[in-house]
Design a protein around this ligand. Sequence first.
Ligand code: PBG
Length: 322
Amino acid sequence: MIDRPRRLRTNEILRDLAAETRPDSRKLIMPYFVREGEGMREPIGSMPGIDRVSVDNLIKDMEADIKLGVRSVLLFGIPDVKDSVGSGAYSENGIVQKAVRKIRKEFGDQVVIITDVCLCEFTDHGHCGIVDHGKVLNDPTLEILARTALSYAQAGADIVAPSDMMDGRVAAIREILEDNGLCDTAIMAYSAKFCSSFYGPFREAAGSAPQFGDRRSYQMDFRNAREAEKEIIMDIDEGADIVMVKPALSYMDVIYRARQLSSLPLCVYNVSGEYSMVKAAAEKGYIDEKRIVTEIMTSFFRAGSDMVITYHTRDILKNSWF
Ligand code: PBG
């Protein structure tokens, strides 16, 4: 026998030498849910370890997380008041704008700030766009998304990340940023974002479940991978700096295709439901959390991702899992 792959599996040093991939905690992005008020901390039942916090507590959490090694953060805002057009998203004193300014003031360039750009947390109907007669309208929504992205960039965000899935949003955001001299703000596009039941816990966290219907008229059909390639190509043409596949675990084929297709940095979003399943099974003692999380993160890098948004970031760093 000539081919004996086991030769390189003999001991740990050899295995490390031969390893093709290694997970890197510098490539993780930690999401936070920020709400109005002071001294507020509300645990999210379906996402153990993740809380909704007011800005003062957000700063405390981030200070501890930065000490652990968190370098990049993704912000979701939960406003007190919602309306039909999501005006809390682009208001100068919106919750995300206030959080971004405070983070920048406290931590300077120690942290990269990414803001999710979407309307569903800010609209009373819970859809990601303007609604008319039960329909989510594309083009009128673009203007509001662009205003929102501009406002986050002006507050100090390094990266704006549109997650709404309206057609043409990346171009609209790129144009408004350039017109306002914000040529250094990057766009991370949720390019292949599927309509997924894996977002269930997030909607509890953000109070953003649609009040009627569902998101199938704008988010992608999970039966489609060729269409994901088309979405990615469109976002690149429109000026995205980073493209994303979301969710992650059930979409490894899409991650792999995205990697073959594009030389842009690729992000994957290990979403709330994926996190909750691991946490629930770990709490029951069915699985070894450290090993499972390390294997999952490694698989994203092996599939071709350059960075991962994951709620596991704090646990990984706190326990030095890798
Ligand atoms: C906003 C948005 C959602 C997520 C990220 N941005 C929810 C949705 O599309 O319904 C999901 C994130 C997660 O599940 O962790 N549109």
